[in-house]
Write a new protein. Structure first.
Length: 327
């Protein structure tokens, strides 16, 4: 168990350095291609940092561990919003563009609503078991295609001024690509090390698969997003932060959960119906809170006090998740 703890610490160091390389490389590519960092966040950052969730879920589904799969997606999205945005906004206030407030954030809110609709069969149809079927998987993937088409159109919009464009260092194509993909590699390795060793520690402590998926695995696979957000905001790349978190949340909900359901129907044990209902509605609640915060205090900004509330909410949620599992 001591070795596992040491490896977790080493994984954190890999994540931090990988995020630094990734943000630097992705920002350079965005500048060279004339694409805004926000669009890079919605696509490259989101997909790159969500890769751990994808691999964990597909492997979990193939192995029949569906409790871990659904817990990982919901837990990861909760961590993205409360930790990714929360910690980053504690470091520095995050200014968010008007278009993002009215288009991309509502799309992230929609993703939480769709998760609720396809997951909570006991609530909406009176079924005895909550199941995300292959049909639901196709619906989720359809939403993902719509989002990608929208994002592609967004990348073609010309003339949008980027306030942070002049602060971005530009490197040669080979170096930019090396930094970007090297950073993604480090994020994947670091995330995998965290998950593998954190799960080993959790199992040694006697935790269940569902709790591991919702807490340890979700936090581990969300670390790339969280670390990347903190590094990006320190580099004054707020658009990369917001784009990365929103994109990752949508990617998790629509692509990862949809792909997992195609591999195997995600059936939630009847005794977990109350828990999954609470977790799903909590995700919907904090997604709504994120949107409402855009109009509370400094308009279209996520301030430090709001970030503190997000972090505290996450700690309370994790405490409750552990408490209900233990008792």
């Amino acid at each position: 168990m001591i070795i596992n703890v040491v490896l977790v610490v080493a994984a954190f160091l890999i994540l931090i350095k990988g995020a630094d390389f990734f943000v630097t490389g992705a920002s350079s590519i965005a500048r060279k291609m004339g694409i805004t960092p926000f669009v890079v966040g919605l696509t490259v950052v989101a997909i790159g940092t969500s890769a751990p969730e994808f691999f964990v879920n597909v492997i979990a589904a193939l192995g029949g561990s569906t409790d871990l799969a659904i817990g990982n997606v919901i837990g990861s999205n909760v961590a993205n919003i409360l930790l990714g945005l929360g910690v980053a906004s504690v470091v520095a206030t995050i200014a968010i563009k008007k278009q993002t407030v009215w288009k991309e954030i509502p799309f992230a809110l929609l993703s939480a609503l769709v998760i609720a609709f396809v997951t909570l069969d006991t609530v909406f149809s009176g079924a005895e078991v909550n199941t995300i079927t292959r049909g639901d998987g196709f619906i989720l993937l359809s939403f993902f295609v719509i989002f990608m088409v929208y994002t592609f159109g967004l990348s073609k919009v010309k003339g949008e001024k980027d306030d942070n464009q002049d602060s971005i260092d530009v490197y040669s194509w080979p170096k930019s690509l090396l930094l970007t993909f090297g950073g993604i590699g480090a994020l994947l390795i670091g995330g995998d090390l965290v998950v593998e060793n954190a799960v080993a520690i959790a199992l040694a402590l006697g935790w269940s698969e569902n709790l591991i998926g919702l807490t340890i695995v979700a936090m581990g696979t969300s670390l790339p997003e969280v670390v990347t957000s903190v590094i990006a905001v320190r580099k004054k790349q707020a658009d990369l932060v917001v784009g990365g978190i929103i994109g990752s949340t949508i990617f998790n909900a629509f692509f990862i959960l949809g792909s997992t359901a195609l591999v195997k129907d995600i059936e939630i044990a009847p005794q977990k119906n109350i828990d999954i209902t609470f977790d799903t509605l909590f995700l919907l609640l904090i997604s709504t809170a994120f949107f409402i915060f855009m109009f509370v205090g400094k308009k279209h900004s996520l301030e430090k006090w709001q970030g503190v509330l997000f972090v505290v909410a996450y700690l309370l949620y994790m405490s409750y998740a552990i408490f209900r599992e233990m008792y």
